[in-house]
Ligand binder design. Structure first.
Ligand SMILES: Nc1nc2c(c(=O)[nH]1)N[C@@H](CN(C=O)c1ccc(C(=O)N[C@@H](CCC(=O)O)C(=O)O)cc1)CN2
Length: 294
């Protein structure tokens, strides 16, 4: 009669993500290394863009209970034994450390409140050190959830100074990534380079259709039979970053731009939440302007 395995804490896991030139033996080398150090693998996903010489992507989640090394020596050993020989770009994240996520908002509340509700329900393993906005409208909502709310007004004239203040607040708070929850200002390249961390946006159309600020009006004018939403990483080029999640819903000739906006709100919320969850769980790997989402 074997003793039952000790109850494993679902929060005591780590996620290893890897990208490297494809070749034989990668999965064997990684799993052998983890096994040899007492790690109990619970999820493993991999994708090769071209087994004949493309890029190999992998995501492995494992329990830490049986690990024979502390984190730093474990990571050093992995680098020496596996990562360097295989030329890996890799990252280890620990489920017990919630990612620090900032939310940027303007006046729309649906994506913002949806994220806060999901965090309250325990669906997203994040901490929110601050909310940034260019308007006062959502202050009470943020404070109802006990979140610091900073307003930095943005105009064409003060954009550089405003963005510098935004970056200062984000860096000071140790933010690891930011989410634009219908934040309606275009982030400059200077902002993105200074913040130098992932920014996730929700665009209210099924990209690449209808980029820009008013996609529902453009969709109405085009007479579309589907509207959608796209969540993507933000790049300097507007609405052109690597896509993380998308979805669509059917519409008919009876809709108006306003009813399209109302119908669109539900799909925007769901797509953004799906994208944020994938990012938080280290399921998204980026290659160029595309993603692999495990
Ligand atoms: N560098 C980027 N910044 C932003 C992106 C992006 O992809 N790259 N996405 C936008 C969100 N967005 C569409 O989804 C969007 C928001 C705002 C505008 C726009 O033209 N804004 C005007 C000001 C409008 C206002 O003051 O109400 C502007 O910035 O001049 C276009 C698209 C978020 N940022």
């Amino acid at each position: 009669m074997t003793a039952p395995s000790p109850k494993l804490d679902p929060l005591n896991t780590a996620v290893l993500t890897i990208a490297c030139p494809d070749r034989g033996g990668i999965v064997a080398a990684v799993s052998q290394f983890l096994f040899s150090h007492g790690a109990n693998i619970i999820h493993s996903d991999q994708h090769s863009t071209d087994p004949a010489g493309g890029t190999f992507f992998m995501r492995m989640e494992f329990h830490l209970e049986g690990l024979d090394l502390a984190r730093e020596p474990f990571e050093r050993a992995f680098a020496q034994v596996v990562a360097v020989p295989f030329g890996m770009d890799w990252r280890l994240s620990y489920t017990a450390q919630p990612k620090r996520m900032a939310i940027l908002v303007s006046r729309y509340d649906h994506c913002f409140l949806d994220l806060l509700w999901r965090i309250r329900r325990g669906e997203l393993n994040v901490d929110i050190p601050l909310v940034l906005s260019n308007h006062e409208d959502l202050r009470r909502d943020a404070e109802m959830f006990g979140l610091p709310f900073h307003v930095v007004p943005v105009t064409r004239e003060n954009k550089a100074e405003a963005e510098a203040e935004q970056v200062r607040l984000l860096r000071e708070a140790g933010v690891e990534f930011a989410v634009l929850a219908r934040y309606m200002q275009i982030l400059s390249g200077d902002f993105l380079r200074a913040f130098a961390r992932p920014v996730i946006n929700i665009h209210h159309s099924f990209l690449p259709a209808f980029v820009g600020a008013n996609p529902y009006r453009a969709a109405f004018a085009r007479g579309v039979k589907l509207i959608g939403a796209t969540s993507h990483y933000v790049t300097e080029e507007l609405d052109a970053g690597p896509i993380i999640a998308q979805d669509v819903i059917p519409v008919t000739h009876r809709e108006t731009p306003d009813t399209l906006m109302r119908l669109g709100r539900d799909v925007e919320r769901q797509v953004l939440a799906r994208a944020v969850k994938a990012h938080v769980e280290d399921r998204v790997l980026v290659q160029g302007n595309k993603t692999v989402v495990f």
